[in-house]
Design a binder for this molecule. Structure first.
Ligand SMILES: Cc1cc2nc3c(=O)[nH]c(=O)nc-3n(C[C@H](O)[C@H](O)[C@H](O)COP(=O)(O)OP(=O)(O)OC[C@H]3O[C@@H](n4cnc5c(N)ncnc54)[C@H](O)[C@@H]3O)c2cc1C
Length: 459
């Protein structure tokens, strides 16, 4: 690491940085601009298809009034805006199909990473509707759900799907959820029921305003308890958006961040057709008997969790993106901002030149590089499905580590930008909010560290 004095000599030389003399001793001539650096990274690590998805999105939103930054909106306005933006991008560009989750997940990864930098609400909504809701229908559903599966991308905007796993009583320990799914063979229906106050589904993103459909996790009862399974449940009318009979919904209210997402609480007492059970891992046959290819209840539950690891991987990626963005904004500020300096030079020093300043931010910068390549490697493992247990372990610990460090790093960026860091327009608070929520959703970080270490000890 250079000292402040060495750096000040390098940066305050007389060269404009425009010469083509390839003078390797001149920091200005050899420095990459952040735009050049991004282009270089994209060419090196993106496939042409990924680069196109990214570029198409940026071209679509550039100078587009729908994407103008707006501050001080009510939570209802924020929700509507992010919803409209998400629908607009998907309908205009259609950057992926649901089937790509299986065949080419890079497309969805690239889409999410790109919109994440534009409006996290768009990424959050897309993660809920496509990643969690759509992913559940794709991975837990069978042939009879294929038609509905096609609607998830085709009808986005007309339908929105939410993911109801967490309950007031249990969210970390999901295997103990209480919501019941009781099968009645005479009517061939399943009664999805909230049996107690602690069984109320909570935090479901989309519940308060936009969702018409839900994937609901519940304890299946076919004569006796058969463990946690997933069910496709209509909650609002597709005709007039009214809440359907047997469903009760409450808005969760104002949150300390991410008010662009309409989280809510949901009570169920509704009968659905047996065909709406997402029955890849366990089914009810024509005689009303429960059948499964995975007899162990815990292993069967783990199969559900592993199929949805895309959410955890993308939370690692999005919290890391938040840190990268906060660092980029802060480091640019630090290059331009001059405070104090040697009394005889006549010019104050750029704050980036102070060692004490570098020591606050460079560890986070270094972490962002290491974590970037670790997360990219994890995405590649997920694409090739090389070792599902290891993917589960890596996704758990990388999600936890990336979001923990990102939260600390974003806060350091906020402090390192002085008062500018406190302005909404400079977006560091927005990045800190993303990191803050990321430490909890897709699994609480401390629980995930324990999951990862338990997996490693058993290995
Ligand atoms: C913004 C946001 C959006 C969300 N969206 C959704 C959604 O769409 N659908 C959905 O189903 N859920 C959603 N969730 C819920 C989320 O998945 C849960 O909040 C999360 O799994 C943590 O559960 P919990 O809140 O019950 O935490 P708790 O389990 O109550 O944890 C509280 C504390 O206890 C600690 N703890 C718990 N168990 C242990 C242990 N064994 N040892 C040591 N410490 C422990 C934890 O580390 C944590 O610090 C969302 C949450 C947020 C914040």
């Amino acid at each position: 690491m250079r000292s402040g004095d060495e750096n000040s000599q390098l940066y305050s030389n007389t060269c404009s940085g425009q010469s083509n003399n390839n003078d390797l001793s001149c920091a200005k001539c050899t420095a990459f601009s952040s735009t050049q650096f991004k282009e270089e990274m994209i060419n090196r690590y993106y496939t042409p298809e990924q680069a196109k998805i990214r570029q198409d999105i940026y071209d679509l939103v550039k100078d587009n009034p729908l994407f103008e930054r707006k501050y001080g909106l009510s939570k209802e306005q924020e929700r509507q805006l992010t919803h409209d933006r998400a629908v607009y991008i998907i309908q205009k560009l259609r950057p992926f199909e649901l089937e790509h989750f299986r065949t080419d997940p890079k497309r969805f990864f690239t889409f999410l990473d790109t919109v994440n930098n534009i409006d996290f609400g768009v990424a959050g909504r897309s993660m809920i509707h496509f990643g969690l809701f759509g992913g559940s229908v794709l991975y837990f559903g069978t042939e009879k759900h294929k038609q509905f599966q096609d609607r998830i991308v085709n009808d986005f905007g007309k339908i929105f799907g939410m993911f109801c796993m967490s309950e007031i009583g249990h969210a970390s320990n999901v295997q103990q959820i209480e919501t019941l799914a009781i099968y009645d063979h005479q009517s061939k229906t399943i009664n999805i029921r909230t049996p107690s106050d602690s069984a109320v589904k909570v935090w479901s993103g989309g519940a308060a305003q936009f969702a018409q459909w839900a994937v609901v996790f519940a304890q299946l009862v076919v004569d006796k308890k058969c463990g946690v399974h997933a069910f496709l449940v209509p909650i609002r009318s597709e005709k007039d958006h009214s809440v359907l009979p047997g469903i009760r919904i409450r808005d969760l209210g104002s949150k300390i961040g991410l008010n662009c997402l309409d989280n809510g609480r949901v009570w169920f007492d509704v009968k659905i057709s047996k065909d709406l059970m997402l029955d890849r891992f366990g089914t009810i046959d024509e005689n009303g008997q429960y059948k499964t290819s995975i007899p162990d209840e815990s292993v069967r539950f783990l199969a559900h969790v592993q199929a949805l690891l895309i959410g955890r991987i993308m939370t690692a990626s999005s919290s890391l993106n938040a840190l990268k963005m906060a660092l980029e904004i802060t480091l640019k500020y630090a290059v331009h901002r001059r405070q104090f300096g040697p009394t005889n030079s006549g010019e104050e020093l750029q704050i980036i030149n102070y060692l004490s300043y570098q020591r606050r931010l460079y560890p986070y910068l270094a972490f962002s590089f290491v974590a970037h390549f670790s997360v990219e490697d994890l995405k590649r493992k997920y694409e090739t499905n090389s070792d599902s247990k290891m993917i589960h372990t890596l996704a758990s610990c990388l999600k936890a580590k990336c979001s923990d460090i990102s939260l600390l790093g974003c806060q350091e960026c906020r402090k390192s930008s002085g008062a500018q860091g406190f302005l909404s327009a400079n977006r560091i608070g927005e990045m800190r909010d993303i990191a803050d929520a990321s430490i909890t959703y897709e699994g609480d970080n401390n629980v995930l560290y324990q999951t990862a270490s338990r997996n490693l000890v058993r290995r």
